[in-house]
Design a protein around this ligand. Structure first.
Ligand code: HEC
Length: 184
């Protein structure tokens, strides 16, 4: 009986030991699992915070980029404004130069070229052929002079002679001389 008792004690302790060892294994496995979860969680945390840093950096970079783009477009607008106001400053000067030029054209001075054929007072038939120009209205004379300049007027076969007289004259000069003729 003693032998049997010892045997059962041994068996029991073996069983116990085996059970213990299973539990230990399980505990070890659990610990390992928990540890690896903790490590994974920690790694994840590192990942997340790294991602946050990267995102923050990206945001910063794009904010800086936006600011630069904004500044660039502001500069562009300012430059465009400057060009526009420079244009405006120049434009009135151009206009006043133009009107000064046309009012400065002396009809009497231009008529000096015409005197040889039309006479001092415009009462002479040019080359014995033309109509008398004195007494005609300024509008009428301008219209005829522009037609000679364009080569479309030829009353007595001398249209080319008159074209040669007026082709070098500007509209302002034609208007000025017509205005003078209308006073003769
Ligand atoms: C070389 C001579 C000559 C000179 C210089 C001359 N003309 Fe004439 N002009 C003529 C002749 C010729 C005609 C007729 C042309 C035709 O056959 O249509 C004429 C016609 C005209 C007419 C049209 C008259 C009408 O009622 O039919 C006008 C206006 C005129 N001349 C103005 C001028 C003016 C202004 C100038 C100076 C810028 C000028 N002429 C210089 C010879 C001249």
């Amino acid at each position: 009986m003693t032998k049997l008792t010892i045997l059962s004690i041994v068996t029991a302790s073996v069983l116990l030991a085996t059970g213990c060892s299973d539990e230990t294994k399980k505990a070890a496995a659990d610990t390992a699992k928990a540890t690896s979860q903790t490590v994974a969680a920690a790694a994840n945390d590192v990942k997340v915070s790294a991602k946050q840093v990267v995102d923050a950096a990206k945001e910063k970079a794009s904010a800086v980029g936006d600011a630069v783009a904004q500044k660039a477009s502001e500069a562009k607008e300012a430059a465009a404004d400057a060009v526009e106001s420079a244009k405006e400053a120049v434009a009135p000067k151009e206009q006043s130069t133009e009107s000064a030029a046309s009012s400065a054209v002396d009809g009497k001075a231009v008529f000096a070229k015409c005197v040889a054929c039309h006479g001092q007072n415009g009462k002479q038939k040019a080359l014995g052929k033309s109509n008398i120009i004195a007494g005609q209205s300024a509008d009428e004379v301008v219209e005829k002079l522009k037609a000679y300049k364009a080569g479309t007027r030829n009353v007595s076969g001398m249209g080319m002679t008159m074209k040669a007289q007026v082709s070098a004259l500007s509209d302002a000069e034609l208007e000025a001389v017509a205005g003078y003729i209308s006073t003769l």
